[in-house]
Design a protein around this ligand. Structure first.
Ligand SMILES: CC(C)(COP(=O)(O)OP(=O)(O)OC[C@H]1O[C@@H](n2cnc3c(N)ncnc32)[C@H](O)[C@@H]1OP(=O)(O)O)[C@@H](O)C(=O)NCCC(=O)NCCS
Length: 438
């Protein structure tokens, strides 16, 4: 569905000018130019990774080079010098909630995905990240994107730019000896699979599964190579194992990628789930069972699981499943009418909504009239029933965060009945889920 190539989108002139005033050169980095390897090395430095090997450099040319890359270069940058700041972006589909009572494929919207945000420690806290992020949002909006998204190292950084925590997930630890499997018997069969094949299977499954829940985004080969441990420089590639789940007809319906390490003693290994993907509840149950009943394993750990997963209902002792909510997917609305029109709704509502946006991209007042699962959104001059910032709107827009909770926290104001009606309309049946880092 992606129609915009982010690499065709020019560098934002306002950020370029702001940074130029400080003697910094903000520019697009070409994948085939001299700046590319220094750009890649700077990203690794920013995320505290080692200098890349030749093999990793070669691989990078195949992966992040497909993205739009922006580097900020110091005043006296020698040719081949590393940029002092980096950011990269690409356009990918984001799954949105569907209308209640209408089964079938969920709607999608193109999203400006952002990654690789780093500022050199020598240049921190002087506004460079702000210029980078604001530049991305202006560029994405000018290019016609209605929403942007990212996953974050720290949850305190991005609210100020209008991003909202939108897709919570659960990080899980299971005490296997206590859990006790009581899940259904299935006709799913499991088989180990070699890692190169696993990379293919993960990509294929994700492409089918990402449209089942709002909040998920398109995958990319490097993600599957990292998870399967085949990416160059993988530290535990040789320890990474994969199991696929087939249904009675022999179709692949799920996969589990994991690494085993010794825990307190040999009979108490830790099974670290690197990825669990399933197209059917049966495949998911069979893969959980495989992990929980694995010999010599005392603890199963799994990050990025859906908050409404069946797992606690598949075991005798739900307290054996320790669940920690984690703020994983962050979104940023750029075009309010387009986002609200693109998704489906769970209930009817009719309210005038004012959205504030310090960047002036998504602010305005609209009448939002929701009937039969769809919203009509029209500019409105009247008094608002509901007022909120773009960060709060972005938090609720795929149905993973309650508008009522934000109102209770004083972050959304207005008429209580209008807030309650909108809250009910915005909810999503299946909880949103984002199954990967990007
Ligand atoms: C996070 C990072 C990009 C910030 O860069 P920076 O240029 O120092 O940030 P800025 O000077 O533009 O700061 C912009 C705002 O963010 C705030 N901020 C910056 N880093 C922050 C952090 N780690 N936690 C909380 N707030 C932060 C600043 O206080 C400032 O706030 P204000 O504008 O409201 O006054 C940089 O510290 C970094 O590269 N960190 C390591 C890599 C990383 O975590 N990247 C994020 C990937 S998701």
């Amino acid at each position: 569905m992606t129609s915009i190539d982010a690499r065709d989108v020019p560098a934002d002139p306002i950020s370029r000018e702001r940074l130029a005033e400080r003697g910094l050169d903000y520019r697009v980095v070409a994948a085939d130019g001299d700046d590319f390897l220094p750009f890649y090395r700077a990203i690794r430095r920013g995320f505290l990774d080692a200098e890349p090997t030749a093999e990793q450099e070669e691989n990078a040319a195949r992966t992040i080079a497909e993205r739009r890359m922006i580097g900020v270069f110091g005043p006296a940058a020698e040719p081949g010098a590393m940029p002092v700041a980096t950011i990269d972006s690409w356009v990918t589909p984001l799954t949105l909630p569907g209308a209640a009572g209408r089964p079938g494929a969920l709607p999608e919207l193109e999203m400006w995905a952002i990654s690789g945000v780093t500022v050199a420690s020598t240049h921190r806290r002087r506004g460079i990240a702000r210029a980078l992020l604001e530049g991305e949002l202006r560029a994405a909006s000018a290019a016609g994107l209605a929403i942007a998204g990212l996953t974050v190292t720290e949850s305190t950084i991005y609210g100020r730019y209008g991003f909202g925590m939108a897709v919570p997930v659960e990080n899980i630890a299971i005490e296997t000896k206590r859990a006790g499997w009581i899940g259904p018997a299935t006709d799913v069969t499991l088989a180990y699979v070699e890692r190169p094949r696993l990379v293919e299977v993960l990509g294929e499954l994700h492409e089918r599964v990402r449209t089942q829940r709002p909040g998920n985004v398109g995958g990319f080969p490097f993600r599957w190579e990292t998870i399967a441990g085949t990416a160059p420089g993988s530290t535990d590639g040789a320890k990474t194992r994969g199991v696929i789940a087939r249904d009675a007809a022999g179709e692949i319906r799920g996969a589990l990628v994991f690494v085993l390490s010794e825990g307190a003693h040999h009979a108490h290994h830790v099974l670290d789930v690197r990825h669990l993907v399933a197209e059917t509840p049966d495949a998911r149950a069979a893969l959980w069972r495989f992990a929980i009943e694995h010999d010599l394993v005392g603890t199963v750990k799994a990050d990025l699981q859906p908050v409404d997963d069946a797992l606690p209902w598949l075991v005798t002792d739900p307290r054996a499943v320790e669940r920690t909510v984690f703020d994983h997917g962050w979104l940023r609305v750029l075009d309010v009418p387009r986002v609200l029109r693109a998704r489906g709704y769970a209930a009817d509502a009719d309210a005038t909504v004012t959205v504030r946006d310090d960047l002036g991209i998504a602010d305005g007042t609209w009448r939002v009239a929701i009937t039969g699962g769809a919203a009509a959104v029209t500019p409105d001059e009247g008094a608002a029933d509901v007022e909120l910032g773009v960060s709060e709107l972005s938090s609720v827009v795929v149905g993973g965060v309650s508008l009522g909770s934000l109102a209770a926290a004083g972050r959304v104001t207005g008429d209580a009945a209008a807030i309650a009606a909108l809250d009910a309309a915005l909810r999503s049946g299946p909880a949103p889920h984002l199954s990967i880092w990007y």
